[in-house]
Design a protein around this ligand. Sequence first.
Ligand code: ADE
Ligand code: ZN
Ligand code: ZN
Length: 293
Amino acid sequence: MKSSTRLVLLLSALIFTATMGSPPATALSIHSSVSKNHSLSETSSAFYFWGANGHRIVGQIAENHLSKRAAKAVADLIEPEGLAQVSTWADEIRSDPKWSFAAPWHYITVEDNETYDRLPDTPRNEQEIKNIVDAMLYCESVLRNPEAKREKKVEALKFLVHFVGDIHQPLHVGRGDDRGGNTIEVSWFWQPSNLHRVWDSGIIEQEQLSFTEYVRFIDHATDQQIADWQKATYLNWVHESFELRSSVYAFGAQQGDDIKLSYGYAYKATPTVKKRLVQGGVRLAGLLNSIFQ
Ligand code: ADE
Ligand code: ZN
Ligand code: ZN
């Protein structure tokens, strides 16, 4: 055997052991002491958002698919920032009491036995926004309105970039009883977390890529996919997330209440997360291309 081949085999064996082998004892002991401590994951839970990188990935993919005109209109509103950079603003303002009324804008509750089959009318003002679908309709209408003030358009654009990302996260079309998975405590790679947080950020972060690397890896939709995805309506987006939800809750056999998620769950969920991120980005571009024709 050539020495280079031997080296590759040795390295592969090492990597396999490192990634698939049993967790280190320290990680295990952290889990056993923390899994009983319910307050920890609640206080550290991040309500309402894909992690920052999920949003940046959607924003950057959208930026990559903008028409010339849309790219100019977007730049006129937010430069020197771009869509990736402004995508997290809607989460940053959540700690500002002045914006607390916008908390329900990040998600919609649709129960398992409910059908969501009609798009609502476009809200006429911010007070009429009850959920993420209302919020997207409203932001779109502000951006299309030639009379709207410039700073309102900037705000609407930043919100829209964020919400198109959020609605592609299956748990942002959430069940009410567990607040979109926020109250379902799980361990994620032996650390306390909750189901919503795993889907906002855990699965993405597991890949250990920067958002630009992530975009380079996944921004490869075909022209046909782009055309199909951009045809879909807000209603379709909600339905897709709703349909994906059943796989989110498929933990496999679990004993008692402890839901332990790691390699197996990540392996199954990652392709779904990647698809939703690309769809979100491509659709956001389609929406902005249509608004700024
Ligand atoms: N955050 C709080 N309640 C929620 C719900 N029902 N769905 C999704 N996210 C939520
Ligand atoms: Zn979220
Ligand atoms: Zn959000």
